[in-house]
Structure formats: C-alpha cells, structure tokens
Ligand binder design. Structure first.
Ligand code: ADP
Ligand code: MG
Length: 322
C-alpha cells in the first residue's frame, strides 16, 4: 500500500537498537541475536469484531495488538526486542494509522522494542504482530513443568477485561462511582498490561507459567494437560478488583474471574518451598499476586465454591453440582 503510510508507521515507532542491523525499508530486516541466548518468537492476530469490538479507538487497537504478543513473551520469561506488523486496512486511512502507531509506540517504547518490518494490505480490518525476544537456554517458563504439590498463583486481578466488554454493551447508573469503575474495566479490556517484569522475576522460580488470554480455567487447564497433572482452585481466593465488585454481584464477578478472557495476567505454579522467594521477588517489582490453589494428581481444573463444595461447569457457568 501507500509508501507514506509505512513511512508514518516507521517514524512514529522509531526505536534505535544496536542489534537491528537493518530495519524497515528493505526486503527483509537484519537482526543479531545475542550470543548465548535463545530467540523466543510469538505471533497473534486481532480481527475486528472478534478480538476487539467495532468502534475501538485506533490507539487502543495499536496498544492491544502489541500487548497480547508481549504477554506471550512474558509468559515465557523472555525479554522483548523486535516486532513485525502485518496491517490489513479497509482503505488507506492516514488518521487510523497515525493513532494506531501512537498506541503501539506507547507500549513499545518503555520496553525498547523496535518495529523492524511488516506488511500493509487492503481488506477487512485485521492486525497481526509477531514479537521476538531473548531468553537464556533452558531458562524459559514452559507449560510442561507443573508438579504435584505446587502452589498455583496469578498476578493482578481476574475478570476485569471480560467485565469491561460486558459493561460496554450494558448501560449502568451514571453516578461517579459506577462510571469510574466502568472506565477502569474498559481500560483493562483495551489496554492490557503485559506482565514482563513478573515473567522475568519468575525465571528460575516457577515450574510452569501461562498468560491468561482465554480465561483462568481454560489457561490453567493448558498447564495441567501439558504437565500431566490436575489443579484445584478456590473461588474464595480469586483476586477481584474493587471496580469489578462495585459493578457486579458476587456470582457474576466470580464467573468473569473464572472464565473471562483478555486479562493477560500470568498464571504460574511454584514449589511450596519457593513461595517466600516469589513473595519477595514479585513484591520488589511491585507486582501484586495471589495464591489461588494447588497442583494435584489427575487431570483438569477443579473449582471449589465459597463453602468448600466442588462446582461444575454448566450452561449457566460454574454451578453447584445439581
Ligand atoms: P515488499 O514488497 O518487499 O514486501 P513492502 O512494500 O511490503 O515491501 O514493505 C516495504 C518495507 O516496509 C519493508 O521493509 C517492510 O518490512 C516494511 N513494512 C511494510 N508494511 C509495514 C508495516 N505495517 N509495519 C512495519 N513495516 C512495514
Ligand atoms: Mg510486503
């Protein structure tokens, strides 16, 4: 597409790095991987109407397209370096590209991430970002390492993004308290924060780690399947934000926390003997976290209700056994 659009993307996302030999402008970028590091790569696509609601601000789309990818690097314990951007636009829209690039750069800059290339095509709005990062060999946080007896923990609070999506489609009372809670939840949906510092801190501490993109139960389930274990979690221990609790009753808040996607917090398992190290290392970087359960023998994720009873997944969500 238009050269001027690519030139604007380049200018707005500029980030000099010594390891970029050749960035945007040639047929391919030339990059130097540091000696002794593994290259961690991930790609995610956002499609309008599927991964973000129509009407989402271009700057928020730019932020989120990068955030969901950086979250994958965080979940591996990798440090980000470079990105590629494949942008498909219904028409060459300079204003959209400028705002998109600003949102992207706002997140890229503090992580010193360089956009080194991409592709720009015409079609229904969709954005693919590929990220590249580094991690020391054998040090990556994989999904396969959970062990029976491990504690299960999560960073931050859960369910906010899903509640934010719900709140967008549902008018609430317009008093100050409700509108600021709503703004918080919508910001959690549109501007997720990838937990890169936490991922780095957990390298060498966590047995297994995943980022929560599809919901706690689903994503913890991936750790269980990959590791050949089961997990037991307690709804009473779910970390819920004040905003979530201000706008929703307990049952809905719990539902969002268990199954809502798009939070991009980390879920990880650690041996009990290392809990104190996790406490001190995550506190040092100012990262909130909560212990929500443990790894046991078996398969799947079991959810305990507030009174100690096991819940089951049904049509209406997580319910008491009938
Ligand atoms: P080619 O035909 O060789 O693929 P393009 O016109 O697609 O060339 O791209 C020209 C240059 O601009 C390349 O270096 C490419 O990586 C870069 N580029 C194209 N689109 C984007 C984009 N959306 N973001 C970043 N770089 C891009
Ligand atoms: Mg191209």
């Amino acid at each position: 597409m238009e050269f001027s659009l690519i030139e604007r993307i380049r200018a707005l996302t500029e980030q000099p790095r010594d390891d970029v030999r050749l960035g945007i402008g040639d047929d391919a970028a030339l990059l130097s991987v540091p000696v002794g590091q593994d290259l961690a790569v991930a790609i995610d696509t956002l499609v309008e109407g599927v991964h973000f609601p129509p009407g989402t601000a271009a700057a928020d789309i730019g932020w989120k397209a990068l955030a969901v990818n950086l979250s994958d690097l965080a979940a591996m314990g990798a440090s980000p370096a470079w990105a590629l951007l494949a942008l498909t636009l219904p028409q060459p829209n300079q204003a959209f590209v400028e705002d998109f690039s600003r949102g992207f750069a706002e997140l890229a800059r503090p992580h010193r991430l360089a956009l080194v290339g991409g592709d720009t095509t015409r079609g229904p709005l969709s954005i693919s970002v590929a990220v590249h990062g580094f991690v020391a060999p054998e040090k990556a946080l994989v999904r396969t390492g959970a062990k029976v007896g491990d504690a299960v923990l999560v960073t931050g609070t859960l369910g906010d993004a899903a509640a934010g999506l719900h709140a967008l489609g549902n008018p609430f009372q317009a008093d100050d308290k409700h509108s600021s809670a709503r703004d918080f939840l919508v910001a959690r949906l549109n501007r997720p924060t990838p937990q890169l510092a936490a991922g780095s801190a957990l390298r060498g501490l966590a047995h297994a780690c995943i980022d929560i993109s599809d919901g706690l139960v689903a994503d913890l389930g991936h750790i269980c399947t990959a590791s050949g274990v089961a997990a037991e979690i307690d709804t009473a221990l779910m970390p819920l934000s004040p905003a979530l609790m201000a706008l929703y009753d307990d049952a809905s808040a719990q539902q969002f926390a268990l199954t809502g996607g798009d939070d991009y917090e980390l879920c990880f398992t650690v041996p009990m003997a290392r809990l104190a190290n996790v406490q001190s290392d995550l506190s040092r970087i100012g990262c909130g976290f909560t212990r929500i359960g443990r790894i046991v023998e078996g398969s799947g994720v079991k959810v305990r209700g507030a009174n100690g009873e096991w819940l089951e997944s049904g049509y209406a969500g997580w319910d008491h056994f009938a």
